[in-house]
Design a protein around this ligand. Structure first.
Ligand code: SF4
Ligand code: SF4
Length: 132
């Protein structure tokens, strides 16, 4: 008798290109975040902080010069951020083809087939429950 095989997880709402996007634990989710996106976010936050502090400069010309410098530094810092797995996405939206929301699909576990957490993906044509 042939061994029983699990059904594939393709129809699951958590299934994304062979990976399971279901939250396993806060720790696992934190580890699966896209490093490039995180690094960009930090640079962006630092830039906003610097721009905020520039408001203390009394002279408008000094402020403008400093603002341009901060923006230039921001661009340089963003351009320096790289990831070995990065593959640019063609369409608008995520920057990398492996990105799913704030996560990297490559860091998420593989779907092992239909499991007890399987959640049937809603079809486009299916009406939302509770809405008339
Ligand atoms: S491979 Fe892509 S999605 Fe994954 S961490 Fe690198 S840039 Fe982010
Ligand atoms: S079937 Fe299970 S392992 Fe596969 S994507 Fe769905 S929840 Fe994750």
């Amino acid at each position: 008798m042939s061994p029983l095989q699990r059904l594939g997880g393709q129809a699951c709402a958590y299934f994304q290109r062979g990976r399971c996007t279901r939250t396993q634990s806060p720790e696992a989710s934190a580890e699966a975040k896209c490093a490039m996106l995180e690094a960009r976010r930090k640079v962006g936050a630092q830039t906003l902080d610097r721009l905020e502090r520039l408001k203390r400069l009394a002279d408008p010309e000094d402020r403008e010069v400093a603002r341009r410098l901060v923006i230039q530094k921001n661009i340089t810092a963003i351009n320096r951020i790289s990831c070995p797995g990065f593959v640019p996405a063609r369409s608008e939206g995520p920057m990398c083809i492996h990105q799913h929301l704030v996560y990297c699909l490559l860091l998420l576990p593989l779907c092992q087939g239909r499991c007890e957490h399987f959640l049937r993906r809603r079809r486009e044509t299916e009406p939302l429950r509770g809405h008339s």
